[in-house]
Design a protein around this ligand. Sequence first.
Ligand code: GLU
Length: 476
Amino acid sequence: MGNTSSKEPGFRESVNLMFDRAVRHMNLSEGLVEKIKVANSTYTVRFGVKLRGDIRTFTGYRSVHSEHSEPVKGGIRYALSVNQNEVEALAALMTYKCALVEVPFGGSKGGLCIDPREWDQDELERITRRFAFELIKRDLINPSQNVPAPDMGTGEQEMAWIADQYHRMNTTDIDARACVTGKPLNAGGIRGRVEATGRGVQYAIRDFFRHPDDLEVAGLSKGMAGKRVIVQGLGNVGYHAAKFMQEEDECLITAVIERDGAIINEKGLDVETLFAHIKEHGGVAKYPHGKYEKDGSKVLEMECDILIPAALESVINLENADRIKTKLICEAANGPITAGGNEILRDKGVVIIPDMFANAGGVTVSYFEWVKNLSHIRFGRMQRRQEEARQEMVIEALEKMTGKSFPNELRGAFVSGADELTLVRSGLDDTMRGAYADMRQLWLDKRKDDKEMDLRTAAFMISIQRVADSYRALGL
Ligand code: GLU
C-alpha cells in the first residue's frame, strides 16, 4: 500500500466509490446495483504445513465476487499484505474487467499471506499444493467453476503445481488442465501468456495514441516515439510493458521505480539490462547507466508523458495525487489510484487509462488458454499449412498473370501461416481494440455535457450494464 492518509477509505471501499459514481449515470434498480456490487462469498482457510521441523500455519483466501458467468476467474497472489478486504476488491475488479473485454467469466481472486522469498522451491511446492488441496476440495478450483491464474508473487511454477494437484484429486477429469491458467507450455499453457498483461498495456496505450481526439484531452502530441515514460515496478507486467514500448514504439523509459529506490536516465534506460541487473542484485541500486534515487516516491512525482504504475494498489492517493506531473497514467497494476486520488488527477486534467481495461491482457490470454485446454488442440494446428498452401497458390497465380516474379522480401511474411503466438497476439489486440472503442465512445459522448466524465467511469458503466443484462437474462 502507498502512503495513504487516514481520510482515505480502504481498497474495497475505494473500488465501491468508483462503482457508485458510475451507477449514478445509469438507470438501474437499487436492488440490482447492490447485488452486483457485493462479493458473493469469501472463503478463508487456515492450514498447517510441517516445515523446518515445526508446523507453520498459513492463511489463505478465495473470494468470488460475481457468478453471473461461470467459471469465475482471477489470480492467486502471494504476499504478506494479503487480506480479505484486498481479495474482495480485486475479485470485484476481475468481474468488471472480464465484462469490459467480453471474456465470459465472473470475477474471483485469491491470496495467501506469505512472503514467497522466505521459502525455497520444495517448501513453496508443499505450501502451494496444500493450499490448492483446500480450494479444490470446495470446488474453488475447478475447470467449470473457478479458474485461478498467476498474480503478484506467483507464476508458471505455482500454476503447474496447482494443475497437478487438481489432476491427482480428479484423475478421470479429461478437462483437468483447464482448472488453472498461466501454466508452463509443457503443462498445458499457451504461448504468449507470460507476456500477455504487459503486451496488453502496450496495446492499450497504442489504442489511446491512435485517436487524435483522445490525445488532445490529455494534451499529448501524436506518436509514441520519444515519449517519456516512468514505470513503477519492473515485475512481470511492468517489465514486459516497458520492454515492448521501448523496443517497438521507441518510447524513452526515463525512470524505473523499484522496491529499493529508482533509476533515472532522461535519455532512456535499456529495460533488458536493467531487468538483468535487478535479477542479479535484487534491486536497482548500483545500476551503472542512470542516476540512483533512494526515495522512489519522489520519482513517481517527476515530470513525464506517461506514468505506468505496475506494482501495488493505492500508490497514488489523496496525499500525493496533487504532485503527480504526467499527462497520461496507464494503470498496469490493479487499483493503483484511490477514488480520492482519481478525483484530484481528473480535476488537474490528467487522463487515466483504467486498470480494468489496461491490465486485461492477462485474463484475455488466460481465456484463450482455457479454451485451448478444453479443445485439447493448439491454436492454428489444423489451418496453418493449408493457409500457406493457399498463399503459395496466390503467388503463383499473380506471377502467371503478370509475368513478373513476386518480390522476394515480401514472400516469407506473405506465405507464412499463423502460429499459436501470432494468433494469441492477434486475439489480444482485437479484444483490446474492441473494448477501447466501446469505452472511448461513451467517454467522449458523455464528456460533451459532463467534464467530470472519465475513462474509468465509462468503463465501469459498460461493465456494470453487461453484468446487469446477464443477471436479467438469468431471471434475477
Ligand atoms: N491476475 C491477473 C489479473 O489480475 C490475471 C487473472 C487471470 O488470468 O485469470 O488480471
